[in-house]
Ligand binder design. Sequence first.
Ligand code: ZN
Ligand code: ZN
Length: 333
Amino acid sequence: MVLHVTPKGLFCPAGDFHIDPWRPVARALITHGHADHARDGHGAYLATDLAAPVMRHRLGEITLDTIRYGEARQIGDARVSFHPAGHVPGSAQIRVEVGGEVWVVSGDYKLEADPLSTPFETVRCHHFISECTFGLPVFDWPDAAEVAREINTWWSRNAAEGRFSLLGAYALGKAQRVLMMLDPTIGPILTHGAIEATNAVMRAQGLPLPETHHVTPETDLCARQGALVLAPPGALAGPWARRFRPTSTALASGWMRLRGVRRRRAADRGFVLSDHADWAGLNRAIAETGAETIHVTHGYTDIFARWLTEQGYDARVLRTEFTGETLDEAGET
Ligand SMILES: [Zn+2]
Ligand SMILES: [Zn+2]
């Protein structure tokens, strides 16, 4: 096997490396900077040059080598390259070729283009290891331009009525994508510290984010009525959010497609916006790889593997420890 799961993670014996391992290893190839993929404690890291700044910010002093999209590298008997996954800035699918057999590890991915991430690229392979976070037909994403209109309409109505618009979005990737959708003529944009820290890293690497104001205890909120406030989903219900009054709260997540989730999370509005492929996107991506064997991980694996088997694929469930996609966090990491 070119790649197989060990207790430490996905391992390539020919190259003696792991991909997105969940226990400390000597050499880790990392698809992207989300916490369940880029973990602490590895001896050496390899990631794209575009993912590196966020990884350094999150993991501190690490031994990190970078690679550009499409650049090939020989590691032992394996030939390795990274290709755009379209999930968040710098995210990659990792292609591993050993003795003419090609495997691709998708990491997390989405097919729809956004202004910050390098667009997803199909990589032909024999074995495709695919996430399937949203691997149910109910998950079909609306057009992002339509979602942007919904968000801005909600915000301008709140602003006109003197309310804050408190919007929950995951700090790495989703929040910046939302920022690019906002109409800054409506009012000021305020940010929670976790989001502002990621914004700073991305601005420093040249991503053109709009102006934002970090909320501190000194921020004069009376002067900012009608502002949009961007925060991680977990901060929406806590004491941090209580200072914004009156307010309307909302979440931006693929999970908003499910009835009841928004209500349980006590949000007034839900915007369907995901950094993952929807049902149609997963099926299209898988078909276009030309792979015969599909290994699925993340989310609705059993149901999705059964569906793929019915479609004629050799589909298998890969037991991994990628944990970020829980409904609880609505974080979709
Ligand atoms: Zn992710
Ligand atoms: Zn993930």
